[in-house]
Ligand binder design. Structure first.
Ligand SMILES: [Zn+2]
Length: 227
């Protein structure tokens, strides 16, 4: 039986993947997408509740916030008596796609990888709601009156200003209004409808998450299994 390094305690579970995000809705969204993209993650995803605040931090502040995050991730895995296969750290950019997206993503992920052997920084442009606009059928399947206007279909949804407002005022113009807690349900519908969602349109942060999930599935989880 493998042992958690340094503790002498037998690792009783498969290595876990730890999720951190801005709130519970965001973590639920990530969980749905990661499990759909990589079924091997089912039963291995665990969450930490502390909100992530990295993108606006620099220098020593960024390093100390990441160090705090690392300790929380380690404590969460220890509670499971499991080793850590990887961590997905989510945050919204709160800005549309542009030069700032890559700059912020690169800066924070580079710093993350100083503290974590494997980790993924999921920086959503401009927020997770931009991903929902990639799935008009899922939105309509959840609430039949929700319709994505033609002008937003097949577009780069990362370039849209305030996708949450678009969902609230244009997609759910009649009938029940969209609210933030609907986001995971929309993604669950997308997965249920298509097996795995094929987006209508593009979004760099979506593509990045899908690539990170695939890398994690093929490389980070399998490496952790061999320990
Ligand atoms: Zn990974």
């Amino acid at each position: 039986m493998s042992r958690k390094s340094g503790t002498g305690v037998p690792a009783t579970k498969r290595p876990v993947i730890v999720l951190a995000g801005e709130d519970a809705n965001d973590r639920r969204c990530l969980r749905i997408l990661l499990e759909a993209r990589c079924p091997d993650m089912r039963g291995r995803l665990v969450e930490i509740n502390s909100p992530v605040r990295l993108r606006q931090a620099t220098g020593g502040t960024l390093a100390s916030r990441i160090d705090k995050l690392r300790r929380l991730v380690q404590a969460r895995a220890a509670r499971e008596r499991a080793e850590i296969a990887c961590a997905f750290i989510h945050e919204d950019l709160d800005d549309a796609d542009g030069p700032g997206y890559l700059e912020t993503h690169t800066r924070v992920e580079k710093e993350l990888l100083r503290s974590f052997p494997t980790a993924h920084y999921v920086l959503a442009v401009e927020e997770i709601e931009a991903w929902l606009l990639l799935f008009p059928d899922a939105l309509a399947s959840l609430v039949s009156s929700w319709q994505v206007p033609t002008k937003y279909r097949g577009k780069d949804t990362g370039r849209l200003t305030d996708p949450k407002h678009i969902l609230m005022s244009e997609v759910s113009r009649t009938g029940r209004r969209y609210k933030e807690s609907d986001a995971p349900d929309v993604l669950e519908k997308a997965v249920a409808l298509d097996g795995f969602p094929a987006p209508l349109g593009t979004n760099r942060s979506w593509t990045r998450l899908m690539e990170d999930a695939a890398t994690c599935c093929s490389s980070h989880i399998s490496k952790a299994k061999k320990k």
